[in-house]
Design a protein around this ligand. Structure first.
Ligand code: SF4
Length: 235
């Protein structure tokens, strides 16, 4: 399913139908049925959440997986949860998002030259996909990056999980990933040679665990995004 789509629009439609991980399918659909009390009147998306952003993006943001009551509810990455509040405010502040808030997939938000995606497209229990689920979902990310390759110049990776998941995908896609593999860290910057020069930037994940404790501040997110935008030619 993941290798067939010839465009990002087709890929987004195809991934939304994926049922390859039995545990995640059960979980995402159960959450969509039981709902959180605050959203009891809403129709949850309850399916794999596709990437979001233009097909000619030069900057990609790679996170972890949709949140049970965020992306799994609204149908768009980082939309409708606290992590997204931080991320989209920062994207807006550096000129990459048309508005500072993201509440639903039909709220009119657009991104400039930026695509937001994840190595796992279904909400996992406790935000923890298994290694097998990460590997099962890998072809979707691989095809997404392949379709973006003509324009892609920089990737901001939000958190160590995304970093570890992304490196093999980039290596398979032809970029020269150094050995030993570069380590994740906030502010890490690796330049990869390959089909085109690609800058890889590390940023702590915008999870509440990081933002509520002050480990990651809005200024730190803005700084990495602005650097990614500059390297991607979007400043
Ligand atoms: S996590 Fe990925 S591979 Fe697994 S069911 Fe969801 S979309 Fe399919």
């Amino acid at each position: 399913m993941a290798t067939a789509p010839k465009s990002l629009a087709a890929l987004d439609a195809a991934v939304s139908e994926c049922r390859a991980c039995p545990r995640l399918v059960r979980w995402r659909e159960q959450v969509a049925r039981t709902k959180r009390a605050a959203y009891a009147g809403e129709q949850y998306w309850g399916r794999p959440v596709p990437g979001f952003g233009p097909a000619d993006a030069s900057l990609a943001l790679v996170g972890l997986a949709p949140a049970a009551h965020g992306g799994n509810r609204t149908g768009r990455m980082f939309t409708g949860d606290r992590s997204g509040d931080v991320l989209f405010q920062a994207l807006y502040d550096v000129g990459l998002a048309s508005q500072p808030t993201a509440v639903h997939r039909d709220d009119g938000l657009t991104l400039r030259g930026t695509r937001v995606t994840a190595p796992v497209h279904c909400a996992p229990p406790d935000n923890k996909p298994t290694p097998a689920e990460r590997d099962t979902c890998r072809p979707w990310l691989a095809r997404e990056l392949e379709l973006l390759r003509p324009t892609l110049r920089a990737v901001v990776v939000l958190g160590g999980f995304g970093w570890q998941a992304l490196l093999p995908v980039l290596a398979e896609a032809g970029w020269e990933v150094p050995r030993p593999r570069p380590r994740f860290g906030h502010g890490a910057h690796v330049r990869l040679e390959g089909p085109s020069e690609l800058h890889l930037l590390g940023c702590y994940h915008v999870s509440q665990q990081n933002t509520f404790t002050g480990r990651l501040t809005p200024a730190m997110v803005r700084e990495v995004l602005a650097r990614g935008a500059s390297l991607a030619g979007l400043d």
